[in-house]
Design a protein around this ligand. Structure first.
Ligand code: ZN
Ligand code: ZN
Length: 269
């Protein structure tokens, strides 16, 4: 069974990627991907590295809508965004999402109180457990502040970057909090992303970890998207076969794509 839908892909509209969208789309077509969603970064107030993680929505749609037409008989291109959540940005996010015709809005957390776990300073002066806990607490704060997005991205992103990566990480340590997060997502009809970037970071697991994915299902979650989170064409749909096996083992019978922010189910063959 092949999953031919990659719903987390960056292009040169993202501050940390220099692959033009045309190139990424063409490579996705060459790889046999049928449904591709470009999810460029929109992280307002990202001041950690000097890189700007914002794009001009007018220019984004102007160019991508042309490509959507141009490649229409070869690939189903969805225009998405990876929204960098921070609780105080809810009004700004509301305006962005309502004034642009996104097919798909992926909500992600990169900044916890203005600090990105990508940088080792996030972990300094405290235990990994405390650093992980702060990230998970921040998810709940964000969900309370703003939840008009379709799927929540890389739920345990923080473990990619810990000093020991996921070697000392057990999601059971945070079980109550994680259950609260998963229940909130389900109640708000927000899906869960299986982000295979985790495999690339050497975790031997996607983000979130398999236990969280299975728990989402156990609690009644149904909406799953798959995303490679790639910034280069070679990693399109990376380890999707492995992720599909995991999903089936957790009891999922389908995954989802989105058009005009409506979820469409694709059954596992
Ligand atoms: Zn992200
Ligand atoms: Zn991303």
């Amino acid at each position: 069974m092949k999953i031919l839908s990659d719903y987390h892909v960056h292009t040169s509209f993202s501050g940390d990627c220099n692959i033009p969208p045309e190139t990424m789309i063409q490579r996705a077509i060459d790889r046999g991907i049928r449904h591709l969603c470009l999810t460029d970064h929109m992280d307002y107030d990202y001041e950690e590295s000097g890189v700007c993680f914002e794009f001009d929505p007018k220019e984004y749609f102007r160019r991508l809508l042309v490509m959507k037409e141009q490649f229409a008989d070869q690939i189903d291109l969805a225009i998405g965004v990876e929204l960098g959540l921070q609780p105080y940005l809810s009004k700004k996010h509301h305006n962005l999402v309502f004034s642009n015709p996104f097919d798909f809005v992926l909500g992600s957390i990169h900044l916890v109180h203005s600090r990105d776990p990508f940088f080792s300073s996030y972990f300094e002066g405290r235990s990994e457990q405390e650093a992980f806990l702060e990230y998970f607490e921040c998810i709940l704060q964000n969900l309370q502040a703003y939840s008009n997005f379709d799927v929540f991205g890389h739920l345990d992103y923080v473990v990619r970057y810990g000093p020991n990566k996921n070697r000392n990480y057990s999601c059971h340590t945070y079980r109550e909090l994680l259950d609260e997060i998963l229940r909130a997502l389900i109640k708000k009809d927000i899906g869960l992303e299986v982000n295979t970037g985790g495999y690339k970071y050497g975790l031997k697991a996607p983000n979130p970890c398999p236990e969280i994915i299975c728990r989402y299902r156990e609690l009644g979650g149904r909406i799953i998207t798959l995303g490679s989170d790639t910034h280069v064409p070679d990693y399109l749909a990376y380890e999707f076969d492995r992720a599909a096996e995991l999903l089936k083992a957790c009891g999922f019978r389908s995954y989802f794509i989105f058009h005009n922010r409506k979820a469409e189910e694709i059954g596992f063959a």
